[in-house]
Design a protein around this ligand. Structure first.
Ligand SMILES: NC(=O)c1ccc[n+]([C@@H]2O[C@H](COP(=O)([O-])OP(=O)(O)OC[C@H]3O[C@@H](n4cnc5c(N)ncnc54)[C@H](O)[C@@H]3O)[C@@H](O)[C@H]2O)c1
Length: 420
């Protein structure tokens, strides 16, 4: 199929992409591919898990020789394509991304970029040397509510920025699923939680302040989800636990009764979803008691930042919340902005006037309020040459990662870090 480039007016073929890691995130990006066959085509799949690999291969009619079990195998005998999409776990970002850049592919890279700041800088450097695009999936930059906040600040009517209080309400269900029982529960195999969960928030804060951080302090730790807090009568697994019926962290309640956080349960032929959930509760990692896991990432963390222009920022990562959303309070010289991701309320001091922008319709839309599909759209357009600067290019994203690594260093060292 041939499409017309809207900027140059030239006919262009759809760009070709390779999917590396066909889990949750990739399935989301594939909705864009499905909806826009005139702009982008999936030409190969790389996935370790047979059920996921086969499901995606069938969905996109991928030929057998273009289906791979591992990215090592793919880069040994690569197919020709414009870009690779990397949605593997956190400890498998750096290597496939560097291999892709060395071989000349543009990259859509899930966050976090990599596991050390040096690795992040390596990726940014090679991308620049080779003039290749690396788009980091910082969804907040593509979300209408956060874009509105940035527009309000940039507009200038509210005056100069003074301070920001930003709360990332992670939510108990997300936290127990991902950071206590799940694959993000150990810093060495994934990342410190402030990077894994808050690199989006820090990226957003740098984006709206347009500044650099000069001092950073952080506090926090793993206080609750530990063996020594296990209640009397608890067991290694929720299915054997005497206190499960009243436990707010019960895996039986989360997965089997409420059917929440189940998008990663693959259902093989001949089984039902509940069969798979029951099996996981019996012997999988997600059936474990939250007090008897191998987790070592924090369950609370606060970060204080002082920017070069004097703006102060407090960022709090709160796990013990029912809802998962962000609460942002921004103080400027002529007014203030309050947002909970649903609404943006602006107060103008002199006029004593309030204005509200309502995004509650957007927030209920799938794929992070549509922001995930917007990332794909911008990435595809950037490769097709109709966008010059991506909202979340690697060159912008490395700084947010640096701040998160430094926040963790401050927390562990118990001191304020001065950044040069
Ligand atoms: N941008 C966001 O808002 C956002 C949200 C959630 C997760 N993420 C990030 O996206 C990434 C993927 O998360 P997910 O939830 O999709 O995880 P997932 O576990 O659902 O998917 C990862 C997939 O990668 C596959 N895989 C692992 N090693 C592989 C290899 N060597 N070769 C090929 N495939 C391999 C796994 O089998 C799995 O199917 C993570 O880094 C995560 O931190 C980003």
């Amino acid at each position: 199929m041939i499409s017309i480039d809207t900027v140059s007016g030239h006919k262009k073929k759809p760009i070709s992409v390779v999917a590396i890691g066909a889990g949750n995130r990739m399935r989301t990006y594939m909705h864009y591919v499905e909806q826009h066959p005139d702009l982008v085509q999936l030409v190969a799949i790389v996935e370790r898990d047979a059920i996921r690999r086969n499901a995606m291969a069938t969905r996109f009619a991928i030929t057998r020789q273009n289906i791979y079990k591992d990215y090592e195998d793919f880069f040994q005998r690569p197919v020709s394509a414009d870009a690779v999409l990397i949605c593997t776990p956190d400890d498998e970002h750096y290597r496939p991304c560097m291999m892709a850049l060395e071989r000349g592919y543009h990259v859509l890279l899930e966050k976090p970029i990599a596991q050390t700041i040096e690795q992040c800088e390596d990726i940014a450097r090679v991308a620049q040397e080779k003039s290749l695009i690396v788009c980091v999936c910082h969804v907040m930059r593509y979300h209408p509510c956060f874009i509105k906040i940035k527009e309000l600040i940039d507009g200038g009517t509210l005056g100069r920025l003074i301070s920001i209080n930003h709360i990332e309400r992670v939510g108990l269900d997300r936290a127990t699923h991902s950071y206590v029982r799940g694959i993000w529960n150990r810093a060495e195999t994934s990342n410190p939680m402030v990077l894994a969960k808050c690199c989006h928030d820090v990226d957003f804060l740098l984006w709206i302040t347009k500044g650099r951080c000069r001092k950073i302090s952080s506090f926090g730790g793993l206080r609750w989800f530990r063996q020594d807090n296990a209640p009397a009568g608890s067991a290694e697994r929720c299915v054997h636990c005497q206190v499960e019926p009243s436990c707010p962290y019960s895996a039986v309640n989360l997965y089997l009764e409420r059917h929440d956080w189940i998008s990663n349960f693959d259902v093989p032929d001949g089984k039902t979803l509940d069969d798979v959930i029951r099996q996981e509760l019996k012997d999988g990692r997600l059936g474990r008691c939250v007090f008897h896991c191998d987790n070592n990432v924090v369950d609370q963390q606060a970060v204080m930042m002082e920017m070069e222009d004097g703006v102060t920022i407090s960022l709090s990562m709160d796990i013990f919340t029912q809802q998962d959303n962000r609460q942002i309070s921004i103080r400027l010289t002529n007014g203030e902005i309050e947002s909970d991701e649903q609404k943006v309320k602006v107060t103008y001091f002199r006029e004593r006037r309030q204005e509200t922008f309502d995004f509650s319709g957007v927030i209920s839309q799938p794929y992070h309020g549509g922001a995930d599909l917007k990332i794909m759209e911008e990435f595809v357009q950037a490769i097709r040459g109709s966008r010059h600067h991506l909202p979340s290019a690697i060159s912008d994203s490395v700084e947010s990662h640096r701040i998160c690594f430094e926040a963790e260093r401050s927390r562990l060292a118990g001191r304020t870090i001065e950044l040069n």
